[in-house]
Design a protein around this ligand. Structure first.
Ligand code: IPE
Ligand code: IPE
Ligand code: MG
Length: 271
């Protein structure tokens, strides 16, 4: 009971709730190399439970605090004019967690989306949900479709939220779709190429992922964007997701600017 009361109070410890989209000349962006920014950033928002433990509160308080972090990172991504931000909110493996935590998360997604809907729209965000959406509670599915529909004509950052998402599951669904088209005679097996596979994924229409950020110290993909991250750079930080600030995000941008991306080729100066 005490942990529960404390959880409510401590949630406000993380993040700032008055954070606005930073202008191009904001001090936050002072050391940014604008020509070397990633276009598509993917984030594995990990460490909410550890954050809760660190503050002697429930794991779920970490999840609540994490929503505020996401809001601020999205606003930073808008300020940076990134093309796309894709975030991992719930994996196909996360159903293994206790029912109380899963239910808490489903409710948190629903309530947060409902609360933030108008502001996201005003910020010109194009929201899109990726993953096995039909496996989610009906009320959440409805809210998600409503949000996608509301923002479908927006032209700002592509904000993809992965819920009940697994990279392997996404590929299996894509393969099934292609196989059905082959069986129906719509395409020949020879027509199957990288572009067709890419266009059959949930992220169809997005650029390849340039940078994957994972918070909280673990260094793995946990089934996230297996195809899309083929040539992504990786950035790991020990900071738990609720403490991951816009400054932390900018640090990741700076690290990316210093990476030497070769895509299997050679650098100009090594030719
Ligand atoms: C990430 O934080 C959020 C989800 C997976 C839903 P965790 O809940 O995995 O936090 P840790 O890794 O246990 O600290
Ligand atoms: C990955 O985090 C999934 C999300 C952030 C939604 P997990 O906490 O589920 O990953 P593992 O279990 O440590 O690999
Ligand atoms: Mg985790």
């Amino acid at each position: 009971m005490i942990k529960k009361i404390l959880s409510k109070a401590v949630t406000s410890l993380a993040g700032r709730d008055d954070f606005e989209i930073p202008e191009h000349d904001s001090p936050l962006f002072a050391e940014i190399d604008w020509d070397k920014l990633p276009r598509h950033v993917a984030v594995i928002m990990d460490g909410n439970g550890r954050w809760g433990k660190e503050h002697s509160v429930l794991r779920t308080a970490g999840h609540s605090a994490g929503v505020g972090t996401l809001k601020n990172i999205l606003k930073t991504a808008i300020g940076l004019k990134l093309d796309a931000l894709t975030v991992y909110a719930f994996s196909t493996e996360n159903w293994k967690r206790p029912e109380t935590e899963v239910n808490f998360l489903m409710n948190l997604f629903y309530e947060s989306l409902k609360k933030e809907l108008q502001e996201l729209h005003e910020d010109n965000v194009q929201i899109h949900f990726i993953g096995r959406i039909d496996g989610l509670p009906e009320s959440l599915q409805k809210q998600m479709h409503e949000a996608e529909d509301l923002m479908k004509n927006n032209t700002g950052v592509k904000f993809n939220v992965a819920v009940n998402y697994g990279g392997q599951d996404e590929l299996v669904r894509a393969v099934k779709k292609i196989a059905a088209d082959v069986q129906a005679g719509k395409i020949s097996p020879e027509a199957i190429d990288e572009t067709l596979v890419e266009n059959s994924l949930d992220t169809c229409g997005n650029l390849p992922v340039d940078l994957v950020i994972r918070t909280s110290g673990d260094m793995r993909l946990s089934n996230f964007l297996l195809w899309q991250a083929a040539y992504a750079e990786f950035y790991f930080t020990d900071v738990n997701w609720p403490d991951f600030s816009p400054e932390c995000f900018v640090d990741a941008m700076k690290a990316f600017a210093n990476r030497d991306r070769r895509f299997g080729g050679l650098n100009d100066n090594k030719k």
